[in-house]
Design a protein around this ligand. Sequence first.
Ligand code: B4P
Length: 191
Amino acid sequence: MRLILMGPPGAGKGTQAGTLASSYDIPAISTGDIFRANVSEGTDLGKEAQRYMDAGEYVPDEVTNKMVRNRIDEDDATKGFLLDGYPRTLAQVEELDGMIGHTGHSLDAVVVLAVDPEELVQRLVQRAETDGRSDDTEDVIRRRQEVYAEQTEPLIDVYRERGLLHEVDGMGEVAEVTERVLAALRDVTAS
Ligand code: B4P
């Protein structure tokens, strides 16, 4: 199964990714998590990514694409993967098409989690209190929502036109949302 999980910041991508990936026995690959791991290890990639993340901006495509390409090339991803937070730009869509096409496979499904804007902000403000993520301040949260609307929302139409899109209600309990995603994907056959 080759699956993309999309949605605005706070929609529950990272929250759902692990459980969904386990259900399909594939690795969950989160670009946000990889960037944060690099930031805490103080790598060059982390130093580069941090200034964008802290401002609520996207890390440049060249940096992100290269990182995903390397991760997808690892052994555990040959049977499939769940991408959490990638692609986020049209250029990343093209790049991912090339990466998957190169292996002779194709993408199986794209899930978009839909959540009310007010709820999104509330979740992230709450996470700021518990986790203290440096990009969860109110200004940066607002900027991340704008960047998502400008750069990532257009991807929804791209995948809809390809017949891959599954829009899932992301409101309610975490377990309920998981069940909805699994139900939406029940008829998807992995390539
Ligand atoms: P991400 O790590 O992807 O951050 P995010 O969009 O906020 O989503 P996340 O997965 O963490 O949160 P979730 O919605 O699950 O990206 C961070 C930054 O990295 C980006 O801003 C960008 O700078 C950079 N980046 C990442 N990918 C990139 C790319 N491809 N290209 C360029 N730059 C990139 O959860 C949010 C909160 O809601 C949590 O606290 C959770 O507990 C809560 N929650 C989830 N589901 C809930 C539910 N059903 N009910 C109540 N609360 C819920």
